[in-house]
Each structure stands twice: as C-alpha cells, then as structure tokens.
Ligand binder design. Structure first.
Ligand code: ADP
Ligand code: MG
Length: 699
C-alpha cells in the first residue's frame, strides 16, 4: 500500500470531521494531495521591520511592537477600527473594516505583539489593513525555517482550526511521516541536466524553506515537474494519434492548384503563407492524419491558405468543408472564395441555418453525390444529415468558438477522419498554445501582407468627444467609413442596449441626414433587419455603423478606416485587438480610437497603453496573459489544463519550454518509457494519468 494514497482523515490531527471538510473545501483526499497543497506565499520571519524603515516598495512585512490608542472611526456605513501600533522608531495604523468588535477585545495594551501585513501609504501615514496579529508569547517557534508558509484556506476550515497555521501544522506532521517515501519522478539524466535537487527535498523546502535560495531551488524543480508531465501526456497523445489514425494521403499537386496558383492568385503570397502551406503540404502528403492549428493575426491571410489547402484536397479527389461560427462570416467566405475561383470549374456551396428547405435538399444531395467540392457553412454542417461522398478536409475558422464535441462530429463524416485545419485569429502566447494545444501541430502566420499600414491607435476620454466627432467627419468627407462599437456584457444587457441606443441618437444628431447615413445593428434586431443594415454599410451606403460586438467576428469592409470603441475600458485586451483588426484592411491609414471615462483603474490604464503602443497581436496576447492570467484568455475557460499547482504560464515560460523539450527528447529515445533508466518517470507518469484522466483531447 502506497502511504501517500492514504485517506486524509488518518493523518494525525485530522480525523473524520476535518477530513470531510478538507475533501469538500480543498479537494484534498489523500496524504499525497495535502503534500501537494502548496503555500501561496511566505512570511519572512527572519527579521522585523521598524516603523521608520518601511518604504512604499515593501510588500508583506513583519513588525514587533505595542498597541496604542484604539478607536472606531467613520460614518456608520463605513465604520472601521483603527489601532495605533508603535515601536521604538515610530508608529503606524492598523485598520479593520470588518470584525472590529471581535478584534478590539484582543488588542491588549502593554504587551508585545507581532504584526504582519502589507503596508499602505495614505495621506502621509502608513497603515496595514487587516493585519495578521499574534502575541509574541504565542508566536510559534520556527523550526529550521526563516520563511513561514502561508496556505489559503476557507471559512469553514478556519472554523475547525484549519487556518493557515493549522494547515502548516498538518504539513509538518505529514512531512515527518512520509518524507522517506516521497518518490523521485525524474530520471537521473534530467536531474543532472538541470542540476535539480531531489523531489523529496524540493517538496520539503517548498513548504518549509531554509532560505530564499532553497525556496528557489524547490520552486524550479517542482515547476519543471508539473510542466514536464503535462507535456509528456500531450506529446504521447500526439504520438499515439499519429500512429492510430491514417489520413488520406494527398499525393499530388494537381491542375486546380496549379491553375489557381499561376493564373488566379491576385497577389504574391507572403513568406509566412508559403511557409505554412509547406507545413500543411508535408502533413497531407505523408499519409498521416493532419491535426493542425493555424494561428495568424487578423488580416494575415488565413483564408487564402485555407483555400489553397482545399485545392490540394480537390486535386486528390476529396471534398472539403469550411466551418465558420457565424452566418455573416460563412457568407463572407463564400463570396470571397467564389470570386477568387471565378473561371474555374469548381463547385462551391453554402449551407447555414437560414438555407431554404428546397435548396438545402439540393445541396445535401450534391454533397452526397460528390458534386460539391467545397461546402462552406455554420454549425449546420455538422448535422448528421450532412453526408459526403468523400470528405477529405475540414477547416474550422475561429475554432475557439466551437466545442470539442462539435469538432469531433466532423471527424465522423468519412471512414477515416478528414484532415483537420483549425484556424484562429486570437493569437495565443506560444507557451499557452503549447499547453492548450500541445497535442496539435501549430503553424503561425507571423507576417502581414505587404503595404498594410499599421492601425494608428489613440486613447481619448469623453471630454474629447467633440474633437473625435470632428475627426470622423473629416474621414467620412474623404470617402471613408466608420465603425462605432459598444460593449455588450450579458449581465447588464438592458443597460448596454440603452448605452447603444443613446449613442445612436447622439451620433445621429452629430451626423444628420441626408448628408450622413448611420446604420445600427444589435442583438435585439431580427436577422433580416440586421442583414439589411450590415449591407447598407458594406455597400458603402451608410457612413457609420453602430454596433455591439456582433461585428467582432467576420465582416470585411476595406473602405472602413476608423474604429471607435466606446467604453473601451470594459473590453479585454484580446477583444480590443480583434475589433481593431476590422480596420486597416485597405491601403489607407486607419485609426482605432479608444474612448473611455476620465478616471481609469490602473489595470484599464495599462490595457489602453498596451493597445496604443503595439499592433502586434502576439505582444497583445502576452500582455493579456500577464495581466489577467491564463484563465481569462479567450477560449481557455473550459480547459482544466490550466489548473496548475505551482507553475505559472505567464511567468514560467522558460521552464515550460525546457519541460516540453525534455519530454520530446525522452519520447524520441524511449517512446514507451520502457528503458530502466526512465523507470521513475514511467511510474510517476502512470500516477499522473490516473489523476488527470480527462486531458486527452479529440482534436
Ligand atoms: P484573416 O487571416 O484575418 O482571415 P483574410 O484571409 O481575410 O485574413 O485576409 C485579409 C485580406 O488580405 C484579404 O482581403 C485578402 O485578400 C488579403 N490578402 C491575403 N493574403 C495576401 C497577400 N499575400 N498579399 C496581399 N493581400 C493578401
Ligand atoms: Mg478570417
């Protein structure tokens, strides 16, 4: 019996009641789970700061001193308890906004306290809000540890004595009991390569570091471990996938491709497009199944890559589908591609939710008979009644808008799964892609077609509105068109709608008819009305399009040169970037104007700064990851891949890259992990799979 698998209630100091709570509240079921419940920060108990020393840059600090005057201040609704805390050099304020009464009774005068917290500077005085406060006489003696661990906990656990200190005690007891059986998980080779400390030691120093240096060594080791096994699983899945699924080999580059390339292609492909096409061509020629993610910023020319891949399929006798998340986008693909293929005998059709019955029947029959070479559409494509004679390629645009299950349905439309190319215009930082899509092959178009002028982005507050309108007028007078976008956030739909309609009114006043035409689209309109308004804009009849974020996906109006984003502080970075991508499609200078209120939070301010300082989607995505963490990045929400215990996708990128590299190297030499030198890895990997059964992905 593995000691680490012992149920948590059997740990000394736990018992059935606390055991139950640990399971429910923190998901800690076993000794092993607790061992991997890591502190989220440490208290530097190695020194005390004096009141005089504290500076604005200090994060958490510890002080020793006594309580002075204690008083309740503030209006009834903003009551707070303020206690003066002094040492030999001066004094600071301790503040409690809640629980004051309970605290007050414990603030005894004339005895020594240790206070711990984060100092703030307010009106020339230093304060600590909700400090941790302990009588010196009751402070725990630190064993071997200068840095005291702090564990997050819950109210219920605290009620049962398991505050951070309580958990710390459990960890101490646990470590003593299991230290000798904590298994090594890496091979000697890898440990030596990175001069890692043994896992045992790493875990002990992560909970109870002897010093900052030991803490860093422990963190490095365990971050690597965490990334390593995730990558090992992803890469094994990929390897298994390649072995298991044969793809239809597209052996030839044939007439359609050549004819298009030589006579129809309206421009020279960019270097990046060529590179990606070579990567795709290699996949397709090999007889393996292609499972590839194509990342490229808005306007980087993914559609062309998609189309040329379709032509490869066609030349080898296979049909293709392109699936888009909205009807507008599907229509746009259909129109654009039909135009590009003019003069070639290639049958392209479109199928969406609004395709009329008779026509749908006809299209379904033609698809089944193999007469349609390319079927473009929305979700309607994955319905069971859509069948093909010989589907060989499925392309999914804006893939993050589709679930795994929906993608999987496309797989079933032939005897072997059709090759899969999923495209996204939401650049994902490389490291995040490695984890989220680590089992896909990834291609990146990292170059825009030549001649594009980067969109000039400026930030204006409401005070400058008249100037902004003046600017819009001058652009419109030069024959350009303008988008004005309002945020749409589900929870406050009514409010958003009101914002939009108020905006519509004030814009209509500032841009009166008949000289100016203003179109408006929003979620409450009938589809037909929406289409009508959109068309007015795309045909150039309306000068201004006012919209909620419906235009975020799709819509391509090269003549539109200004994007005004209202309440820009309410949008996330990647969304702002997506919206900005709607302009800058022609050859003229385009503008993106971010409108916000006068007062911005530091966070919003930073977002505006990022937007005005770069147009590179990957830079924006990296910043987004840094500012918001991986959980909020578009398309990552459902993924459990990101519940990391210690590693941080934004900060620990270099460890991630090392871990993936090592996992790759390992699998190349020892794909089944059967080499005795890798025994420890193999054991740990088995355990990892048991704990993370749902990670294997379908596409
Ligand atoms: P996205 O990657 O956002 O889907 P699109 O495929 O819609 O981008 O391409 C944006 C625009 O750029 C289209 O008008 C397209 O015709 C044009 N385009 C694509 N590739 C090139 C190229 N190599 N040179 C010039 N224009 C290009
Ligand atoms: Mg596109």
């Amino acid at each position: 019996m593995n000691l680490l698998a012992t149920s948590i209630e059997y740990l000394k100091g736990v018992g059935p009641k606390r055991g139950e709570l640990l399971k429910k509240e923190l998901g800690i079921h076993t000794f092993g789970d607790l061992l991997q419940y890591y502190p989220f920060r440490y208290v530097d108990r190695s020194r005390y700061y004096t009141a005089r020393e504290i500076g604005p840059d200090h994060s958490f600090i510890q002080m020793k001193g006594r309580i002075g005057r204690v008083e309740n201040v503030g209006k009834p609704r903003q009551k707070r308890l303020v206690a003066e805390f002094f040492d030999k050099t001066g004094s600071i304020d301790l503040i409690w906004f809640q629980g004051g009464r309970f605290i007050q009774s414990s603030l005894k005068p004339g005895v020594d306290f240790i206070v711990f917290g984060k100092p703030n500077f307010f009106k020339g005085r230093i304060n600590i809000a909700h400090p941790e406060i302990t009588l010196v006489s009751e402070a725990p003696k630190m064993i071997n540890a200068q840095l005291q661990p702090v564990y997050s906990t819950t109210e219920k656990l605290t009620g049962r004595g398991l505050n951070s200190r309580g958990i710390e005690k459990l960890q101490r007891a646990l470590l003593e009991q299991v230290y000798s059986v904590i298994p090594e998980t890496l091979s000697q080779e890898i440990r030596e390569r990175y001069t890692f400390i043994p896992r045992k030691q790493a875990i002990r120093h992560l909970h109870f570091p002897d010093s900052q240096e030991w803490l860093q060594k422990a963190q490095a080791r365990l971050k690597f471990d965490e990334f390593f096994f995730i990558q090992l699983q992803l890469l094994r899945t990929q390897l298994a996938h390649k072995k298991k699924f044969l793809g239809f080999p597209f052996k030839v580059i044939g007439d359609n491709f050549n004819e298009f390339y030589q006579n129809k292609l309206p421009f020279e492909l960019t270097g990046a497009q060529k590179k990606v096409l070579r990567e795709i061509r290699q996949d397709l020629g090999k007889g393996q199944h292609m499972n590839r993610l194509l990342q490229g910023d808005v306007g980087s020319g993914k559609t062309m890559v998609a189309l040329m891949t379709v032509l490869m399929a066609l030349d080898n006798g296979y049909q293709s589908v392109i699936m888009a998340p909205t009807e507008i986008l599907a229509n746009q693909h259909f129109e654009g591609i039909t135009e590009l293929l003019q003069g070639m005998d290639i049958s392209v059709a479109i199928l969406t939710g609004s395709t009329k019955t008779a026509q749908r029947k006809f299209i379904l029959q033609e698809a089944l008979d193999g007469k349609i070479a390319l079927l473009i559409g929305t979700h309607a494509l994955i319905e069971d009644r859509v069948q093909f004679k010989n589907l060989g390629l499925a392309i999914i645009d804006e893939q993050h808008r589709f679930g795994v299950a929906q993608r999987a349905k496309l797989w079933k439309k032939n005897t072997r799964p059709p090759h899969l190319l999923v495209m996204t215009a939401t650049p994902i930082p490389r490291t995040l892609a490695m984890t989220l899509y680590g089992d896909l092959d990834v291609s990146v178009i990292d170059e825009l077609p030549p001649g594009r002028k980067p969109v000039k982005t400026i930030h204006r507050t409401d005070r400058a509105r008249l100037n902004v309108f003046q600017f819009l007028r001058s652009e419109i007078d030069r024959g350009r068109q303008v988008y004005i976008v309002y945020p749409l956030i589900k929870e406050s739909e009514k409010l958003d709608y009101k914002d939009l309609m108020d905006g519509f009114e004030s814009v209509s006043r500032a841009f009166p008819r008949p000289q100016y035409q203003v179109a408006v689209v929003h979620g409450k309109m009938k589809p037909a009305d929406k289409d009508y308004e959109m068309e007015r804009f795309s045909e150039g009849k309306a000068h201004i399009l006012i919209a909620t974020t419906v235009i975020e996906v799709g819509i391509n109006v090269p003549n539109a040169s200004v994007m005004v984003i209202e309440s820009a502080e309410r949008f996330g970075l990647s969304q702002l970037h997506q919206l900005r991508g709607r302009v800058g499609r022609g050859n003229d200078q385009s503008y993106c104007i971010l409108m916000t209120g006068d007062k911005l939070s530091a966070d919003s301010d930073k977002r505006m700064e990022v937007m005005t300082s770069t147009t590179d989607g990957f830079v924006v995505a990296e910043e987004d990851l840094r500012l918001r963490g991986p959980g909020d990045i578009m398309g990552t929400q459902q993924s459990g891949v990101l519940d990391l215990k210690i590693a941080d996708l934004a900060k620990d990128q270099s460890w991630l890259i090392q871990a993936r590299h090592s996992a790759n190297q390992l699998l190349q030499k020892d794909p089944d992990l059967s080499d005795p030198a890798n025994r420890q890895i193999a054991e740990a990997f088995k355990q990892f799979i048991r704990e993370h059964p749902n990670w294997s992905r379908i596409s």
